[in-house]
Every structure is written in C-alpha cells, then in structure tokens.
Write a protein that binds this ligand. Structure first.
Ligand SMILES: O=c1ccn([C@H]2C[C@H](O)[C@@H](COP(=O)(O)O)O2)c(=O)[nH]1
Length: 247
C-alpha cells in the first residue's frame, strides 16, 4: 500500500496493539534514498473503540487482539506490558501452553488453562480447572442454573487459581497470566492479590451471572486485561481495516 506524504512515499507495513491501543507502523521510503528509513508507530484509537465501530462490526469476531504476524515481521519495539521480552511470537507460545493445559481439564463443558510468565519471559506457573487435589473423583461435573451442591460450581478450582498455587517461583509479582477464558471475579481477586500485573485472555464467553462479570471487569480494570489475537485473526484485522484507512 503506497501513500505519498510530503515527498515521502510511505509503505503501510504493519500494525499492532500496545497496552490496548491500536497502532499502525509505516515504513517510510524516499525515492532518492535507500529503502526502509524508519518504522513509526502512530496511535490511532483505543482498540475497543475500533472493535465497536459499526464499520467494523462484520470483523468484530476477528478484532480480538494483536496483529501477531505483522508484528513478528516488524522489529519488536518492546514488550506490550513490560512482561514479555523478545518477539511477539512468545505471546502465541504462552497462549498455546495455556491451551495445552486446558486440554487436561476433566470438565466436559468448559476446559480452561492458564500460564503465568515472569518478567524474564519464563513460565513460572501453569494450571487448569480441576477438582481439588486428591478429590478428583469425589465431585460432580454437572452444570446447572442453580449452581447447587450437585453441580461442579462449588467445588471446582479454577485454572487461574491453580496456576497461582502451582507457582515455581517465590512469588508471581509483576508477572503476566495468559488464560484461555476471561477470568471470573474470584480469579480476578486472586490475580490481583498475587501481584500479577498483566492479563491476556483468549475468549470471553457471555457470563452466566452479569453481576459476577461486571465485578470481574471492575476488579481487573486497574490491570487492563487484553484479548489475544492469533496470527490469522491479526491478518484478517489488517485486511478489514485497510479500506477504512484509505477512504
Ligand atoms: O475464571 C474462570 C472461570 C471459570 N473457570 C472454570 C470453572 C468451570 O470448570 C468452568 C466453567 O463452567 P461453565 O460450564 O462454562 O459454566 O470454567 C475457570 O477455570 N476460570
């Protein structure tokens, strides 16, 4: 995509999200000089606003996080929250670890996985939703609106809590938690109390209990949870918003 601006030809090359804001990178190119002069990051608008704009409703599902492939191709200007060093491919890797652990869950309906990563980019905790240790066969996996004693809800230990409890480091202060599902309000409290500073989640299914969801949102608002985007989704997002930029 070639644009001309003040005698400089600009090649739109990459885009990404930093701290919940959507950025576009332009590789500037002067015909009289060498290719690739610089990469500039321009903040456009909060990503959530972009997701909600009617123009982008059709791609709402795909507007869910980071434009990973493009970012991987670009030189990484730094970690999104100061939590992960190195390339953005790390993000995909950590979310995949969380997904791998979700697979271990015996919950027939909702398998959740979590992976805690420290500021050096090392995994220091993993967990999935499971019944309490040693009591794995003692409680039902049944669902039920009433959430009574014959359902899983009063017994199951959530993935985030397990990841925190399973930590291999002294503490998880300043860490990032990659979790396959938006945390509930109880996990939000555990995340905050443990000192985890960043939350990256994959899916956000509609909540059974809107009060609990709202509480989770409020609790995590200080952390600014961020939704993860796969490589494919990132490319879709780029494609879907390019026409709008060219209007
Ligand atoms: O933050 C969360 C929220 C939920 N979970 C677990 C607990 C249960 O095993 C399922 C939720 O069951 P539904 O059938 O989808 O109601 O997910 C968790 O680990 N972390």
């Amino acid at each position: 995509m070639l644009h001309s601006w003040g005698g400089v030809d600009l090649v739109l090359d990459c885009a990404g999200i930093r701290s919940g804001k959507l950025f576009f990178g332009f590789i500037s190119y002067r015909p009289d000089r060498n290719l690739e002069v610089s990469v500039t990051w321009i903040q456009l608008e909060p990503a959530q606003q972009l997701l909600q704009s009617p123009r982008n409703q059709q791609s709402k599902q795909s507007l869910r996080g980071v434009m990973a492939q493009k970012i991987n191709q670009a030189k990484d200007p730094g970690p999104p929250h100061g939590a992960v060093t190195g390339q953005y491919a790390d993000e995909e890797y950590f979310m995949n670890v969380a997904l791998l652990f979700a697979k271990k869950s015996r919950d027939p309906k909702s398998k959740v996985g979590a992976c805690i990563v420290n500021e050096e980019g090392k995994i220091v905790g993993i967990g999935h939703n499971k019944m309490p240790n040693g009591r794995e066969d003692d409680f039902p996996w049944k669902r039920g609106g009433s959430r009574g004693l014959d359902t899983k809800y009063p017994y199951v230990c959530h993935a985030e809590l397990n990841a925190i409890m399973n930590k291999t480091s002294v503490d998880v202060k300043g860490c990032t938690i990659y979790v396959t599902r938006f945390p509930c309000n109880e996990c939000a409290k555990a995340i905050i109390q443990s000192g985890i500073k960043h939350v990256v989640y994959l899916s956000k299914p509609s909540a059974e209990d809107p009060i609990e969801r709202e509480a989770a949102e409020r609790l995590l608002s200080g952390i600014g949870p961020r939704q993860f985007l796969s490589k494919t989704e990132a490319d879709e997002l780029l494609k879907s918003i390019l026409p709008a930029l060219n209007e």
